[in-house]
Design a protein around this ligand. Structure first.
Ligand code: GLP
Length: 247
């Protein structure tokens, strides 16, 4: 199994530019590419960079499909704390991904189980994910696949770890973070043709090192990526400070 390519850059802006280069390359090769899209603080500079390149006429999202990795259960897309609102604010309002090509799990679906299956089927119908862009949680989670999640799992309702809820309190005005989320599963992520893992800031250093250098272990969900043949890791120096190997 080829090991992940690890690129260490000075700061989050450089990470965003390098990540945008990967996205541009994938879309150039396949204009209808299906992208798995992350939320959180990490990808914000990437989305800003992609919007800027779109405005400059350097990239066209006119046939791209976007599949968000996750959404909070019980949070309506119109709620400011939803990932749907996040995507609108940081990405979709600034680019030309057709609205029909923007997929986000519905956190207020009456039947959450059915919603998970519908979402997984939509990804399958798109021909699978071409590029899965991921952040990493302080505890090594990817999407909302928290420590202990089986690697064989597909889109499901996940119980969000206490630590993760605390880290996300900033996105809810009342500080009340939902206990559950719908997330694309690890097996769905591993099915992607290519994976781009982004990490910035010192609070990610330990999780990133354990994901890349440690044993493949569900205790660190991101370590599952060692099983994928095509992973690009782009990290800033702060996040990469504990990793043993770099390219
Ligand atoms: C959140 C999201 C993840 C994200 C991670 C890191 O809980 N569900 O998809 O990658 O936590 O977030 P941040 O980039 O804000 O550190």
């Amino acid at each position: 199994m080829p090991r992940p390519t690890i690129q260490v850059l000075p700061d989050p802006l450089a990470v965003a530019r390098a990540a945008a280069d990967v996205v541009a390359r994938v879309i150039q090769r396949r204009p209808t590419a299906a992208l798995a899209l992350p939320t959180g603080r990490t990808p914000v500079p990437l989305y800003a960079e992609l919007v800027e390149r779109f405005r400059a006429g350097r990239i066209d999202f006119g046939r791209v499909r976007g599949f968000n990795l996750d959404e909070w259960v019980g949070v309506a897309p119109t709620d400011a704390g939803s990932y749907a609102a996040f995507m609108e604010r940081y990405f979709y309002s600034g680019v030309n991904v057709p609205p029909a090509n923007r997929f986000i799990p519905n956190g207020i679906a009456l039947d959450l189980e059915e919603e998970c299956q519908r979402y997984e089927a939509a990804i399958r119908a798109a021909g699978g994910i071409d590029l899965a862009i991921l952040g990493i949680g302080n505890n090594g989670h990817i999407g909302f696949n928290e420590p202990g999640t089986p690697f064989s799992i597909r889109t499901h309702v996940a119980v969000v770890a206490e630590e993760t809820r605390r880290a996300n309190a900033y996105s809810f005005a009342d500080g009340r973070v939902p206990e559950r989320a719908i997330t694309v599963g690890i097996a769905t992520i591993l099915d992607a043709t290519e994976i781009l893992l982004l990490a910035t800031g010192p609070e990610k250093a330990e999780a990133l090192a354990r994901a890349l250098d440690g044993p493949i272990d569900p205790a660190i969900p991101a370590s599952a990526l060692q099983r994928h043949p095509r992973v690009n890791v782009i990290a800033d120096a702060a996040a990469a400070q504990l990793i043993a190997r770099r390219d």
